[in-house]
Design a protein around this ligand. Structure first.
Ligand code: MF3
Ligand code: CO
Ligand code: CO
Length: 259
């Protein structure tokens, strides 16, 4: 069962979504050559607790050891921040933050280019960003999850990139990973029909090479099997009476907050 948020719950989701967005805006200045992903984690952790009076959802979630996920270059998702992992010029790094405030979750990520990226890295990052935006643009009452997945897959594959199948977006609210599963591939008109008050994430992982991924022995870090680059962007979305609202909207977003 997919739960429909009340007006009260939607207000809570707006609040936590804004905090998650502000955290990604805050960390942007620190993402530069020489910083470790462990340091980025500490900055976000302190900011969440001291400045936002919120809780970092990843910390101890199913045993995850840190407060954010940092996924560098060929790491697809769930990268564990570490003092040993120093970012260098030309790297790409996805920073994925999830906050809890008043019992509600806000989940968002973006892929940063460290210093100056290669032509291929730039194109992958921009394509994955556009994939998310195309998915969001499908969101309205009466549309289906298959419409979202199809829009993402179609554009990614047109750019000769591939869509990761093993991980997907998810319903979100009081529960971090709730129903429904939001696949980033599919056929138009198939799957769950969207109705106002649903909240879920869309978070396409787009690979420069083949779609296959593997899990490292740490049981968290997911990498591309061919070790080629991968990029991801994520927003928490509300289905409104007429379309969508991006609950984790940032000032650098291309789409308007409400559409
Ligand atoms: N934020 C991730 C998502 O988009 C989930 C991270 S779970 C963790 O769903 F345990 F790795 F933090
Ligand atoms: Co998510
Ligand atoms: Co996330």
């Amino acid at each position: 069962m997919v739960n429909i948020k009340t007006a009260f719950e939607i207000e809570k989701m707006r609040t936590v979504g804004r905090l998650a967005a502000e955290q990604l805006e805050m960390i942007a200045d620190f993402v530069r050559p020489g910083v470790s992903t462990g340091e980025l984690d500490r900055i976000c952790h302190r900011y969440t607790i001291d400045h936002q009076a919120a809780t970092p959802a990843p910390l101890n979630y199913r045993g995850f050891p840190k407060s954010i996920c940092t996924s560098v270059n060929h790491v697809v998702c769930h990268g564990i921040p570490s003092d040993e992992k120093i970012l260098k010029d030309g790297d790409i790094v996805n920073i994925d933050v999830t906050l809890i405030k008043d019992g509600f979750h806000g989940d968002t990520s973006k892929t940063f280019i460290v210093g100056k990226g290669s032509v291929r890295a730039d194109r992958l990052v921009e394509t994955s960003r556009h994939c998310l935006n195309l998915g969001i643009a499908e969101v309205r009452p009466g549309a289906t999850l298959g419409d979202i997945g199809h829009a993402i897959q179609r554009y990614a594959e047109k750019q000769r990139f591939s869509v990761v199948r093993e991980y997907c977006g998810h319903g979100i609210g009081r529960v971090f990973h709730d129903e429904p599963q939001v696949l980033h591939y599919g056929r138009p008109g198939t799957g769950l029909t969207l109705t106002p008050g649903m909240t879920f994430t869309i978070e396409p992982m787009i690979n420069a090479g083949k779609a296959s991924v593997k899990l490292l022995p740490d049981q968290w870090t997911v990498v591309t099997k061919d070790h080629q680059l991968t990029a991801q962007w994520e927003h928490t979305i509300l289905v409104t009476d007429t379309g969508y609202e991006i609950l984790t909207h940032r000032s650098d977003d291309e789409l308007p907050r409400v559409g």
